[in-house]
Design a binder for this molecule. Structure first.
Ligand SMILES: N[C@@H](CCC(=O)N[C@@H](CS)C(=O)NCC(=O)O)C(=O)O
Length: 237
């Protein structure tokens, strides 16, 4: 019988999305359970399997559970074909070095979108070029023509970075940042990732609108640019 997977999630979590991309890329069926985002409303069964109280957690056949998106991604990759990580240990170690860098890249994008004032937004967006330039340089010298990190096949590196490049793109649509245009390799990679079927299938439908709604609900400065008529931008001011 096929293994049953259940992914614990919040509706817009990029780290859950990383695990969902791996599941989708491998065409693994899974259930998803949405956990209340308010800390004191997270259920006891969830806190028992996720020691930091964070999503994603992955429940396997109702018996075992994993937490941390990279651990989940690697476990799925080691147990279910097709392999997304390279077979060659050197290439795999190089991929791993870039998945290890993901939290630094992610925080630059996330803290900008979380800003509660224009001053904070402007200060945080200054932190984006450094990780973007590092990824752009890595892509420039990766020794293949893409469109994915390792060439023609989606990898664990792609699954990790796609959610954050997607959020950057949503942010850029609300408030053009004039950053990704400076990094053509990164821009091309972003375009390929956002067009990938596993990435598209890894979120709730109308995801951009849901993401925008979260900005408004949480009182983020960028939320002021959300058009009341649906996905789009009015000007954030
Ligand atoms: N390093 C973790 C990060 C997961 C994470 O930060 N998840 C957020 C939601 S996107 C969370 O659960 N936050 C709840 C909290 O910090 O209380 C991973 O890769 O799984």
């Amino acid at each position: 019988m096929a293994t049953k997977f259940m992914l614990c999630s919040f509706r817009t979590c990029p780290w859950v999305q990383r695990a969902a991309i791996v599941l989708r890329a491998k065409q693994i069926a899974y259930d998803i359970t949405y956990i209340d985002q308010e800390r004191d409303k997270r259920p006891d069964w969830f806190m028992a399997i996720s020691p930091h109280g964070k999503v994603p957690a992955l429940v396997i056949d109702g018996k075992e559970a994993l937490f941390e998106s990279n651990a989940i991604a690697e476990y799925l990759d080691e147990t279910i074909a097709p392999r997304l990580a390279p077979e060659d240990p050197l290439a795999r170690a190089r991929n791993r070095a870039w998945t290890d860098y993901l939290p630094t890249f992610a925080i630059a994008v996330s803290l900008t979108s979380y800003a509660n004032s224009q001053e904070i937004f402007d200060a945080k967006k200054e932190k984006i070029p450094e990780p973007f330039s590092k990824l752009d340089a890595a892509l420039a010298k990766r020794g293949n023509d893409g469109p994915y990190f390792n060439g023609d096949k989606l990898s664990l590196v792609d699954a990790g970075y796609a959610p954050f490049l997607q959020r950057f793109t949503f942010m850029n649509r609300l408030k053009p940042l004039d950053i990704i245009e400076r990094y053509p390799h990164l821009a091309a990679w972003r375009d390929a990732l956002l067009a990938d079927p596993a990435v598209i299938a890894s979120t709730v439908t109308d995801f951009e609108a849901v993401w925008q709604e979260q900005l408004v609900v949480r009182g983020r400065w960028l939320g002021r640019a959300v058009s009341k008529d649906g996905v789009g931008a009015s000007s954030a001011a």
